[in-house]
Design a protein around this ligand. Structure first.
Ligand code: URA
Length: 204
């Protein structure tokens, strides 16, 4: 294998981390998933967005946030005038966890042990990118970034600073908007999420 340029602080480039994570066996989720879905975006991103785990489409594509939740995120970032080139997108857990139901694969929430095991990779991504801001999309991401449970609906729009100085912005997961049944609720929630993304833009 070709030698990789090692920066002076010893952090590994994202491409190398992504390569290593392909063979990850830190928790059992690799067994049923198609592939590891690693984070994506510029290495010098100002902001890192952290979701929960890849969904069905991400598992097949090998890329984070390419399905319905990803389209919601992209559209809202665009409306908030957040430049995608300044954003790195990843997940707390990097394998799709699901229950088969007929031909469908139904998302199933990663447990605390799986989140903890996968923090290994999230920490390395943050160590390499050194973002100014992390955005926790939902409770699993907040749990992983802060190491404790956070009441997301109560704390959304707020910033919590970690001991290492990283500011963590709390918001909902975009799939919450997609799950709302009433059109009115959906639009109201989409508007609140847009307001959160406008705050992110100001914090960048
Ligand atoms: N939901 C997530 O949390 N992450 C993805 O990558 C896709 C959907």
């Amino acid at each position: 294998r070709a030698a990789r340029a090692e920066p002076p602080d010893g952090t590994e480039p994202i491409a190398g981390l992504r390569d290593e994570a392909k063979g990850c066996r830190r928790c059992p989720l690799w067994r049923n998933a198609t592939q590891t879905v690693f984070g994506e975006g510029p290495e010098d991103a100002e902001v890192i967005f952290v979701g929960e785990q890849p969904g069905d489409q991400e598992d097949r594509a090998g890329k984070p946030f390419v399905g319905p939740a990803g389209r919601m995120l992209d559209a809202t970032l665009e409306d908030a005038d957040v430049d995608r080139q300044k954003v790195y997108v990843t997940n707390a857990v990097k394998h799709f966890k699901f229950e088969p139901r007929g031909k469908r694969r139904i998302h199933s929430k990663p447990n605390a042990g799986e989140v903890q095991a996968c923090r290994w990779w999230l920490d390395k991504e943050i160590g390499r990118i050194k973002p100014n801001l992390a955005v926790a999309l939902g409770a699993t991401a907040a749990q992983s970034l802060l190491g404790r449970a956070v009441p997301v609906l109560k704390m959304r729009g707020e910033v919590i600073e970690r001991n290492d100085g990283l500011r963590v912005f709390i918001t909902i997961h975009p799939s919450l908007i997609l799950r709302m049944r009433e059109q009115e609720d959906k639009e109201a929630e989409r508007e609140r999420f847009l307001q959160d993304m406008r705050k992110v833009k100001r914090l960048m």
